[in-house]
Design a protein around this ligand. Sequence first.
Ligand code: PMP
Length: 469
Amino acid sequence: APVLEVDTPGFDTRALQALDSAHYLHPFTDHGALRERGARVMVRGDGVYLWDSEGRKLIDGMSGLWCVNVGYGRASMTAAVARQMDTLPFYNSFFNTTNVPAVMLAAQLVQHAPPGFRHVFFTGSGSEANDTIVRMVWRYWQIMGQPQRQAIISRHNAYHGSTVAGASLGGMAGMHAQGALPIPGIHHIGQPSFAEHGRGMSEAEFGLRAAGWLEEKILELGPENVAAFIGEPVQGAGGVIIPPPTYWPEIQRICDKYGVLLVSDEVICGFGRLGTWFGCQLMGARPDLIAFAKGVSSGYVPLGGVLVGARVAHALVEKGGDFNHGFTYSGHPVACAAALENLRIMVDEGLVERVALETGPHLKAAFGSLATHPLVGHAESMGMTAGLNLVRRKAASMHDCEAFPPGLGVGMVCRAHMFDNGVIMRAVGDRMIVAPPLVMTTAQIDEMVERIRFCLDLTLEDVAQRGWL
Ligand code: PMP
């Protein structure tokens, strides 16, 4: 029989890949193509490094999936989880019941949240957090005597999850195309991508223009029908789209003007990614609701939730009575114990400050230096996330660069070179992005960026040989 225990000599990668393609359906995957290639088998992590079953050591530029912010292999996380598993592995928070880690975590989270946030609702994921927000927003307006306020405005190319509400809020055309989405009442405006839409404008002008699309949509729908606007401070899965500094303050002004609730999806930007506890704090927005997940537990155990600001909390808690919503795993004690230990690490190691003052600026300089590469149109970063565009012909302005024809898949070619040479980077079309663990040191950032530069050279040679230049 094949050896399928990872730490055992003779571990049989091919046999595991065969079982994988026979039985395991992966997220966002073409299984026919995967069967040809065989899945990569990740077996171990330590700090910012991962090892696969073939012994390859990789520097993880993506924190797993934007989540392993404190890095892999933290013994104190294991201990915290084991302790809670021993004491009380599960109890629910329905029927007038609670548990210690959930209460302690809620109390700590509001300490780190922006002013006005005193309440937390827990979920098992970011998608469930956004589903919860949709239900809360609708319930809020019902309690406020304006039940017709049901429209929620989001943005093209946003990512808010894979549940029916999450995928509807999201602006991913490929998700909507696969059936009956978005659900009624969810509307999308353009994303604040200067590269895509900003030709002929300054960045500052473009930020105001892009926020203006929200006002146009509110007026089109009738302000009395609009419940909320939702956005990621920096769009993550859409390709690390960093909005101009004028964008979010103008979004805030427009929401205030029409009484529309503002929702910040901080599933990626929360917990230090941008050098602040929450991305909205950097962007100059004062949201009413915040979705979080990922970094709250550094992905060690699934956890998400909603931070509920004063305006909504007052209605729900003081006036609303029962809110008929909740998950078996809302306030899961093991997940909350993991998150408490994760927060302790973040505070004790000053990770948020380190991103703001040390690693974020270092990534900006190091990653920014890639912009001189012949294949790179422009490169930018914010905190510990960054992106660059692969282009066929460079130009002085990002708006004059010539893109590769769609469908060549240069980003995927580049990603394969990265993986083969020990660095994990994600491709979003022809945009290459990173979001490393917040514990990555400046020396490790340099190591990552040098490997990226080397792989860009390989990609350039490769596309030249394919005759794509
Ligand atoms: N919102 C954002 C901004 C995200 O990036 C993600 C996940 N990438 C989600 C929501 C959904 O989270 P989950 O996958 O935990 O459901």
